[in-house]
Ligand binder design. Structure first.
Ligand code: NDP
Length: 458
C-alpha cells in the first residue's frame, strides 16, 4: 500500500488542473483535486467561453447591418442583453456539469474547498489533511483591481461578463487582450465605449501593423481610444452613474467603469512561502522547465506561474508534466511559436514574433503586408479592411511571424501555426496553392516585399 493518500493532489480545477488530473487518472494514478468555487476555472466560467459567447452574440448587430447589402430587409433587429446573459449562463452551467462528469469518469476525487499546502506532501482542505506523492498548484489568476479612490465602483472582467443591464456609456481602462475584447463586445451590443490607454495605443507587445489596424477599425466603429490617460479617481453620482477623473484633470461620465489592467497569480493564502516554494516579484510561482517549484514534490502550471497565460498553454503544461510523472515523458514544454488570438471585432490572431522583435532577434528580415477590403464588404459596404502580414528571416527564409486582423483570423492562423512550428519557409508558402476565393489565400500569394526602413547614417 502507498505511503500517501494520493499519487497526485491538484489545487485548482481550472483548465490546467483538470487536464493534468484527468491525464494522471488515465495513467492509473490515484488523484484528488480541490476547488473552492465551481469546477471549470477562469476559461470556462469567467473568461474564454463566456467572452466568446458574448462576442458572437453582440456581433449579430453587424451581421444584420451587412445583410442589407445582400438584399435582405432586416428591420427592428434588437438585442435583448438580459436574454443573452441568461443563455450564456445556462451554457456555463452545462459546461460545469460536463467538467464534473469528466473528472468523475477519470476517477479523480473532487474535494470542495480551498487547499493550503502544509508540507511538501500534505494539503489541507476544510480542516482535513491529505497526503500526496506529488502536489500540483494550478490555481490560476484573478483580475487586478486598481489602487485608486473609488475602486469599489469599478468592475473587472468577472462582473462585465455577467452585467444584468447593458451600460449606455462604458469606460474601459486598459488596452490589452481583455480591454480590446470587451470594448468590442459592448460597442457591438450598443454601448457607447471609451477606452483609456496609459501608453500610446492598444495591444502592447503585438506587431505594430496589428496595433494600428485594430486601432483604426475600433475608431471607425465609434470606439473612442484615448491614449496616455491615467485614471485618478472614480466617483459615484446620486443617479447611480460614475465620473471617471483622469490625472490630467479630465472627467468622463459613465454607467460602468471596467478595469482590464492585467491579472495577478492566485498564490495568496496557499502556504507557498511556508513550505519553501519561491514566488517572483509579481507573486507568481517560480518553476523550472519541467514545471517544478523550488520544492521537489510540488509542481505548478498555468497562470499561477505567469509564463504564457493562455488556456491551451496551461492544458499543455499540465499534460506534459503528468506524462513525466506517470509515463516517463521528459516534462519539457516548448512555449515558442504559441499562437494566440484577441477576440476583438474584427479579431486579431498571431503566431511567431512581431516585426520589431524579428529585427532585433533575427537580423535582416523581409516583410510582406497585405491590406484589403474583405469580399463580403464589397456588397455590405462596411468600411473595414483586413490586414495580413508575414515576417521572414532573410538568411534562412523561415517565416518567423504571421499576423492577421480580420474576420476569421483565429481560425485561419491556427492552421498556419502548424506550418510555422514545422519551420516553413517563404518558398513553402509560395509553393502552397491557395483556396479561392478566401482571405486566407493571401498568406500564400504575397509577392511584394515592403521596402526596408531607411536607416539614417551617422
Ligand atoms: P494585458 O496584460 O493583456 O493588458 C493590460 C492592459 O492594461 C495594458 O494595456 C496595460 O498597459 C494596461 N495597464 C496595466 N497596468 C495598468 C495600470 N496600473 N493603469 C492603467 N493601465 C494599466 O491584461 P488583460 O487584463 O487584458 O489580460 C490578462 C491576460 O489574460 C492576458 O495578458 C492574456 O495572457 C490573458 N487573456 C488571453 C485572452 C485570449 O487568449 N484571447 C483573452 C483574455 C485574457 P501597457 O500596455 O502600458 O502595459
Amino acid at each position: 500500500m502507498s505511503e500517501f493518500d494520493f499519487d497526485l493532489f491538484t489545487l485548482g480545477a481550472g483548465s490546467g488542473g483538470v487536464a493534468a488530473s484527468r491525464r494522471a487518472g488515465a495513467h492509473g494514478a490515484k488523484v484528488a483535486i480541490c476547488e473552492d468555487v465551481r469546477v471549470g476555472g477562469t476559461c470556462v466560467l469567467r473568461g474564454c467561453v463566456p467572452k466568446k459567447l458574448l462576442v458572437m452574440g453582440a456581433h449579430f448587430s453587424e451581421d444584420a447591418e451587412d445583410a442589407r447589402g445582400f438584399g435582405w430587409s432586416v428591420e427592428g433587429a434588437r438585442l435583448d442583453w438580459r436574454a443573452l446573459i441568461e443563455r450564456k449562463d445556462k451554457e456555463l452551467d452545462r459546461l460545469n456539469g460536463v467538467y464534473l462528469r469528466m473528472l468523475r469518469d477519470s476517477g479523480v476525487t473532487l474535494i470542495e474547498g480551498r487547499g493550503v499546502i502544509v508540507d511538501p506532501h500534505t494539503v489541507e482542505v476544510a480542516g482535513k489533511r491529505y497526503t500526496a506523492r506529488h502536489i500540483l498548484v494550478a490555481t490560476g489568476s484573478a483580475p487586478i483591481r486598481p489602487e485608486i479612490p473609488g475602486v469599489e465602483h469599478v468592475i473587472t472582467s468577472d462582473e462585465a461578463l455577467s452585467l444584468p443591464e447593458l451600460p449606455k456609456r462604458l469606460v474601459v481602462v486598459g488596452g490589452g487582450y481583455i480591454g480590446c475584447e470587451l470594448a468590442g463586445v459592448f460597442r457591438a451590443a450598443g454601448s457607447s465605449v471609451t477606452m483609456l490607454i496609459r501608453g500610446d495605443t492598444v495591444l502592447r507587445g503585438f506587431d505594430d501593423d496589428v496595433r494600428a489596424a485594430l486601432t483604426l477599425a475600433y475608431r471607425k466603429k465609434g470606439i473612442e481610444i484615448m491614449s496616455e490617460v491615467v485614471v485618478r479617481d472614480v466617483e459615484r453620482e446620486a443617479d447611480g452613474s460614475f465620473n471617471v477623473l483622469t490625472k490630467t484633470g479630465d472627467t468622463l461620465d459613465a454607467d460602468a467603469v471596467l478595469f482590464a489592467i492585467g491579472r495577478h497569480p492566485n498564490t495568496r493564502g496557499l502556504g507557498c512561502e511556508q513550505v519553501g516554494i519561491k514566488l517572483n516579484e509579481l507573486g507568481a510561482i517560480e518553476v523550472d522547465a519541467q514545471s517544478r517549484t523550488a520544492v521537489r514534490s510540488i509542481f505548478a502550471v498555468g497562470d499561477v506561474t505567469n509564463r504564457l497565460n493562455l488556456t491551451p498553454v496551461a492544458i499543455a503544461e499540465g499534460r506534459i508534466l503528468v506524462e513525466m510523472l506517470f509515463n516517463r515523458g521528459d516534462g519539457t514544454m516548448d512555449h515558442a511559436n504559441t499562437p494566440s488570438a484577441v477576440f476583438s471585432q474584427p479579431p486579431v490572431a498571431t503566431v511567431g514574433c512581431s516585426e520589431s522583435f524579428a529585427r532585433a532577434a533575427h537580423g535582416e528580415i523581409d516583410v510582406y503586408v497585405a491590406s484589403f477590403k474583405p469580399m463580403k464588404h464589397t456588397l455590405s459596404g462596411r468600411d473595414e479592411r483586413t490586414m495580413m502580414k508575414l515576417v521572414v528571416e532573410r538568411s534562412s527564409q523561415k517565416v518567423v511571424g504571421l499576423h492577421m486582423v480580420g474576420p476569421d483570423a483565429p481560425e485561419i492562423v491556427q492552421g498556419f501555426a502548424v506550418a510555422i512550428r514545422c519551420g516553413a519557409t517563404k518558398q513553402d508558402f509560395d509553393r502552397t496553392v491557395g483556396i479561392h476565393p478566401t482571405a486566407a489565400e493571401e498568406f500564400v500569394t504575397m509577392r511584394e516585399k515592403r521596402p526596408d526602413p531607411v536607416t539614417v547614417g551617422t
